[in-house]
Design a protein around this ligand. Structure first.
Ligand code: DX5
Ligand code: ZN
Length: 224
């Protein structure tokens, strides 16, 4: 299982998104786009029109993380627009199975995100419906927050459940991921790493991606 790095443009310059995306092209595996609606989370970022424009400017696959109150209404549209991965929050979805299937039917990978206080065990039966589980290591809504290491045991439990079911679901971690924390995430079983501040707060974002990748690969458990 290969390590993948998904820089979050939440920490980039929103007035220059195309340029910011280009700074990690051919280095990052994904471009993580945080959609926030001011209702599910207290912050407001961008929506479908901006994602559509971004998709035209970058060759990097786009990983949309929908922190919105009504993902059932909006998630399929992001997949149809061309996002290669669309993640909805378990706490927000009212018809998670239907929405995850609609994302897949539109040709994208379907992701399910869990807030720090949401237990993973209740979602075991949904593993066949998803391509990625996202375990939040901060309360969603803002970049640059402190990593919540109390979530690490849940990350390890998520890895165990995924392995039990065949291991095809990717395990993404998002929030406070940096050179100081990425090894612990990898050791707990994460394989897709979102990093906002640690990439776009660096002088050289491409080099920051490579450094994070190296740290995660070195920490990857031998069973992989
Ligand atoms: C937070 C977002 C994250 C954010 C991470 O709600 O989901 O993707 O950009 O930023 P850092 O890596 O700075 O914590
Ligand atoms: Zn995110």
């Amino acid at each position: 299982m290969a390590v993948q790095i998904s820089p979050s443009i939440l920490s980039a310059d929103f007035a220059r998104l195309a340029d910011e995306a280009a700074r990690v092209e051919n280095v990052a595996d994904w471009l993580h786009v945080d959609v926030m609606d001011y209702h599910f989370v207290p912050n407001l970022t961008l929506g479908l029109p901006v994602v559509e424009s971004l998709l035209k400017t970058t060759a990097t696959p786009v990983d949309c993380h929908l922190m919105i109150k009504d993902p059932d209404r909006w998630a399929p549209d992001y997949a149809e627009a061309g996002a290669a991965s669309v993640t909805i929050h378990a706490e927000a979805a009212k018809a998670a199975v239907r929405t995850l299937r609609a994302i897949r039917a539109a040709g994208a990978r379907a992701g399910l995100a869990l807030n720090p206080a949401t237990a993973v065990e209740g979602y075991e039966d949904l593993l066949p419906e998803i391509d990625m589980m996202l375990v939040m290591t901060v309360e969603p809504g803002f970049g640059g927050q402190r990593f919540l290491d109390i979530v690490l045991p849940k990350l390890a439990r998520a890895r165990a459940l995924i392995d039990k079911h065949g291991g095809e679901v990717w395990l993404q971690v998002d929030g406070g991921v940096s050179a100081d924390t990425i090894e612990r995430c990898a050791e707990a079983g994460a394989d897709v790493f979102v990093a906002g501040n640690a990439v776009y707060g660096a002088d050289d974002p491409a080099r920051a991606v490579q450094e994070l990748r190296t740290l995660a690969e070195q920490a990857t458990p031998p069973r992989w």
